[in-house]
Structure formats: C-alpha cells, structure tokens
Design a protein around this ligand. Structure first.
Ligand code: WQD
Length: 336
C-alpha cells in the first residue's frame, strides 16, 4: 500500500518514513529540500534497507502537485509534514509562512478530494493552545489567539481540513498536535539537523555539550513554576513517528468516529528547562555550561499533554522517558 509523506526528509518526517517502512508500507516522499538534506534518504535506507520513492517537488507549485497526483492515483494515505516551522522566523516573515504552510495544504487537499477515498494526517502543534488555563492540556482546551504566524498557520490548517471534511465525506483526516519532539532514532542514522543556531532547547543543549556552542542561555527562571523555568512535554520523536502510523491505520481501518479528529501527542509529563539540563548531565555525566538570562518573548509558562484521548482511541502511548530521549539526542549529536 502506497503512502505519501510530504516533508518526508525532515526531522519528524524521516522518522515516520522509517516506521511506515517497518510496517510494510511503500513510501513516496515529497520534499523540496528547503529544510532537509537529500542525505537523509541514505540514513532511512541504512536503517530499513528499503528505498522510498523520492520526488524533489515544491508543493507551492500547484501544477506540479496536480501532475504528481495524476501520476500517483494509487496513493492510499498522505502524511503532511511539509511546512515552515520556525516561530521566530514566522514573526519576521509572515507571508513566507502563510504561502508555504497554507497554499501547499490547500493544493494537496484539492487533489485528495478528487479520489474515491483518502486518508490525511496533518502535522499540527500544541502551539494552537497558546498558554492553556488548565494542565494537563486536553484536546477540548480552547484554541487561543496564535502567538505567532507559525502557530496561526497550524490553527488555520486545522480549520481548512475541518471545513473540507464537512463537505467531502470521502476524505478522512486526523490532526496530530505535537508537544515538544526531541531525540533521534537509536541507530543515530537520522535525527534533528537544525540549520544555523538551534532555536529549540534540546539541540542547543547537545551542541553545547559537544562544544559547538559556548554556553546555553536559559530564558528566564522567574516563572511561576517549581524551579522558575518553563515547563514542556518533551516526547521522543520515535514515539511521535509511531503515532502517525497508528493514526493512519485508525483511518485505513475505518476506526474513526468522525472524518476529522484531533489528538495530542505528548508523554503527559511536564519537565522544566532545569530538569532537562539535569537529565542531560545525568545521561552524559557531563556538566552543562549554562546561564540564566531574560525571558524569551512568546514563551508560555507551561504546556504538557493530557494523553487520554490518544491512549484510548488510538491505543497509542509514548514509550520512551525523557532520559532515553535525551540519550538518543546525545548519541545523534556525537555521530555528526
Ligand atoms: C522549550 C523551552 C524555552 C532554547 C517550539 C515551537 C513549537 C514546536 C517546538 C514546531 C522554553 C527554553 C529554549 C534555549 C531556553 N515547534 N529554551 N534556551 O518554544 O516550547 O516550542 O518548538 O512545531 O511549535 O513553539 O520549544 O525548545 O524552543 O523551548 O531556555 O536556547 O526551552 O524558553 O521554555 P517551544 P523550545
């Protein structure tokens, strides 16, 4: 069975391709290589021994998207990762984000609704909740006004899919709201490849541990939390990847209760920045060089998932601990 993975050479996309291949699916990857290297393909093959079909294609090119689907009528499912995802960049360049994250989604959906039936998994984010009022955050938590154009494209994306599913019952879709994906495949053949200075905490920590960065800046320790630093739900990227396969099978086997469903992907446990640093030091037996600096604008105080819905309805639960995820991130960093 042929599954399309857009953005399939990216961080979460490549890990999902591995898990799809492990489950026997034939995978077609579309990637425009704007935020991924074609070498990732070799990493995937070195893990599974199976070569996905790869098409270098920019989904902003509507005619190219139409031609692709004309030539691939036998695609049974689409997992849509392709999007720009840097929060800060989206503030500086909103139109880049609205064009790249919204137009591409519309062009793919326009092709899917033409098929007899299609199954669509959308890469969403806990960022849609903003600073939720209640922890842990459930899927019924209110969607807050987006703090960035990036977050807005995820909210708009979910609305576009919901509206499309309402009038196209041949389209079944799931939006997966990731909390904070970290780590790498145990083989260290694929992992996170931040371009330039990492914006996210864990790659910055591993680069500091590797001596690539001088010192980690902890963005504020005067938040109303146990140790004053922000709390997040750090989840192993392989747990995230496996959830995509389970969600796809949920649709393929018609287990869905409506043709648009939303699930949180987290561990259900919150960890503060200082707790992540301590976990890194424990796992690596290295002292991390860091200092406390001012808060980063836009950061929420706390965000961790209520995972009941995915546990019950998808039969999926995160398996890896924070320390295991950090250990895999460190092993990947050392392999670079
Ligand atoms: C985590 C915590 C920082 C870096 C973002 C996006 C989200 C998703 C994941 C795409 C925060 C602190 C960080 C540093 C620090 N991306 N931190 N020093 O902001 O929770 O989520 O990435 O889907 O949509 O919003 O992740 O890793 O940037 O920050 O102190 O050098 O680490 O203040 O408290 P975030 P993050």
């Amino acid at each position: 069975m042929k599954i399309l993975v857009t953005g399939g050479l990216g961080f979460i996309g490549s890990h999902t391709v591995v898990e799809l291949q492990n489950e026997g699916y034939q995978v077609v990857i579309i990637d425009n290589l704007s935020n991924a290297s074609v070498e990732v393909l070799g990493g995937i093959v070195s893990i599974t021994g199976k070569t996905p079909i790869f098409e270098k294609l920019d989904l902003k090119d509507k005619l190219a998207v139409q031609a692709f689907f004309r030539a691939n009528q036998d695609i049974k499912g689409v997992i849509h990762f392709a999007a720009s995802k840097a929060v800060g960049e989206s503030v500086d360049n909103p139109l880049l984000y609205y064009e790249n994250n919204i137009n591409t989604l519309v062009y793919v959906l326009q092709e899917l609704v033409k098929l007899d039936e299609s199954n669509f998994i959308f890469s969403s984010s806990c960022t849609v909740y903003g600073q939720a009022d209640v922890m842990p955050i459930s899927e019924s938590a209110p969607i807050k006004p987006a703090e960035s154009p990036y977050g807005n494209t995820k909210q708009i994306g979910e609305e576009i899919i919901k509206d499309t599913c309402k009038v196209n019952t041949n389209l079944k879709s799931i939006a997966l709201r990731y909390f904070n994906p970290i780590g790498a495949h145990s083989s260290a053949k694929i992992g996170e490849l931040p371009i330039g200075v990492p914006q996210n905490l864990v790659p910055y920590i591993t680069q500091t541990g590797a001596g690539i960065r001088e010192q980690l800046s902890v963005f504020g320790d005067n938040y109303p939390t146990t140790d004053g630093t922000c709390i997040r739900d750090y989840i192993h990227v392989v747990d995230i990847a496996k959830a995509h396969v389970v969600a796809l099978q949920h649709l393929l086997n018609n287990k869905n209760t409506s043709n648009f469903e939303v699930f949180n992907l987290g561990t259900g446990t919150g960890s503060s920045v200082l707790e992540v640093i301590k976990a890194f030091e424990k796992v690596t037996n290295k002292k991390l060089n860091y200092k406390i600096v001012n808060r980063r604008p836009g950061d929420v105080i706390s965000a961790y998932a209520d995972t009941t819905k995915a546990n019950k309805e998808l039969g999926w639960k995160a398996q890896y601990s924070l320390e295991e995820a950090i250990e895999s991130a460190w092993k990947w960093q050392k392999s670079l």
